[in-house]
Design a protein around this ligand. Structure first.
Ligand code: GRF
Length: 203
């Protein structure tokens, strides 16, 4: 059977991308990464991909007159590489309706908090400032909202009294790297059944 092709969108350092690449190399994920696309030419994620011989592409928002055109360019690039699942790995923009509806249940995101708590930017800082005793990470399908799509997997971590935003982010990131590949694997195996907001994992 042909391997599924992942398209990764990343704006920054790309540690989740690296974890996914490692997991493919280890034979844990029956997939290939067709292309890594970034809206940020300085994203370290691009270097990681290039070092591994993965195709990369920079598509910057500033060269498009509207969001729809910008996302149409991303969409075209994903199609060009035969992508079946779009993986957001630190992609810092909200995807619009046209893009999301073109990829129903085919776009995943990872968020560094237990949604629906602490959506949006600086989730780890939000958890610390709120005084949460538990936080964690969430992999979810992407809809038009900000971190609002159906939840696939979550992993909790304790917030200790001496945790800072940085230490909490580090603890959460370790778990992100584990649950993202698990969620992708479940999708590749066709084991995610979505009923309304609930995602059931088929045995
Ligand atoms: C991660 O914390 C992820 O949850 C959030 O953005 C960060 C990306 O980190 N969406 P990296 O670029 O994968 O290292």
């Amino acid at each position: 059977m042909d391997k599924q092709v992942l398209g990764v969108l990343a704006s920054g350092r790309g540690s989740n991308l690296a974890a996914i690449m490692d997991s493919i190399d280890a034979g844990e994920l029956p997939a290939v990464i067709g292309v890594v696309i970034s809206d940020n030419p300085g994203a370290y994620a691009l270097e990681r991909a290039q070092a591994a011989g993965i195709a990369t592409c920079v598509i910057e928002r500033k060269y498009f007159s509207c969001k729809e055109e910008f996302e149409a360019a991303i969409n075209a690039k994903l199609k060009e590489h035969g992508v079946g699942l779009v993986v957001l790995a630190g992609y810092m923009r909200l995807l619009g309706k046209t893009f999301v509806s073109a990829w129903p249940l085919r776009v995943m995101n990872i968020h560094p908090a237990l949604l629906p708590s602490f959506p949006g930017l600086d989730a780890q800082g939000q958890a610390i400032r709120y005084g949460a005793k538990v936080s964690g990470c969430t992999v979810h399908f992407v809809d038009e909202g900000m971190d609002t799509g159906p939840i696939i997997l979550q992993k909790a971590v304790d917030v200790s009294d001496d945790d800072t935003e940085e230490s909490l982010a580090g603890k959460i990131l370790k778990e992100e790297h584990l649950i993202y590949k698990q969620a992708i694997k479940l999708w590749l195996e066709g084991r995610l059944a979505v009923e309304g907001r609930r995602v059931r994992i088929k045995k």
